[in-house]
Design a protein. Sequence first.
Length: 437
Amino acid sequence: MPLFLLFLSLFGFAQTDDFCATPPITISDPPGVYSKSIDPIHLNNFPSKSYNIFFWRINKSDGSYTQPGWPLTIERVKEGVALLNEHYAPMKICFNLVGMDTINSDTLHDGSNLSAIKNYANANGKVRADAFNIYSPHALSRGSGQSSALQTSVAIISGVVGNSNSRTLYHEIGHCFKLFHTFGNSNERPNPNNCEHVTRDPNNPEYNAGLLGIGDEVVDTNAVPNFQREQTNHFAYAVHEGGLVSSWWDGRELFLRANGFGSLFIAPAITQALADYGFTQTEINHLRYNPAVMDSYYDIENCTYLPDSRVNLISSPFFKDCGGTPYQVTQADIQNIMAYSTSGCGYLFTTGQSIRVHETIEDNPQVFEPVMAHNNIDLYVRDTESDIGQEPNIHAYTFWNSKDIWVRNQNDGTLIQEHQNPKYHATNPNYVYKSKK
């Protein structure tokens, strides 16, 4: 029995999460649906799509919010949807904000998950059937976002909505449209048979890009590692290959130790396993007293991959696919919205990913047609700046204080858009003006 089972109960794990806690997609692709095309002309053949989107702020049961905190506001929702549309516009998809409401629940406010939130929402009428539903608690049980394939419900912690340095909203909705992580489907190598190979030459015997169950099943995203957890995953390979844990997954959990592995009674064996695998002495010294380093091998500020000299060592598994071929990582790979790099880098979808989204939509009308926006024009006058036309208006109570309508005592309201109290005069009328926004 691997020694890991003996010492697992001897220490506690520090809670450290990836920003995305969506589980791997297990819904198989039906035959004949996905073209694997990366042709922009093919993408342009798809019609534009518009979807309604509705946000739910999850408070405590008494309506209060954790302090310090960042409760969702309509201003941040608007900014979040604007950013969402900016990222999906190149694939001819947009989102139409149709409102915001609240849920009051201590249980869901802090440390819950998407499944529990959906169960509560369905049981308590907190679902907009004609929209993507975005549920925003203070914190989730794992990560900053959770979603699932072929669903239109998403859980995202409130603090990232409207934050231009967070890709979480665009990333999670990508999962709804059945996009994988770019390192997905075993690029982290628990099952090397499903690993994506580096080559993009269809005539190369090693070519497997886009195949069912291989990588992210998209041709124009390169084979890449999990940039965020790359050192963690190599640590897992090392202790597993050294016979110290039962599985790669067990080895991966070791990185959660806030104080490293140095206090464990098998620390010498772990040290040897890391050295045998190819970790540098500097890395081993760090890992002895610290968790694995996030975003270890790329330049966060410039979003560029930075492999060291081990990339040229045939015997070293660092910076290589599961067949031992060095990665050919571009800046665009690190900037991909479905990658695991720092959120500030992530703002791109590829043509192949965009085509896969549209093919998912076409193959699943029962999921996505009910939440389509039908572009009916609904004119309204805002009560306040935060009014988005929702009835009843839950965001403003002083409806007479509208900035969309103002009165002037003389005919100068197009130049001076400031309200004056109307005054009756037998011969001089008052003038009413309405904003064109």
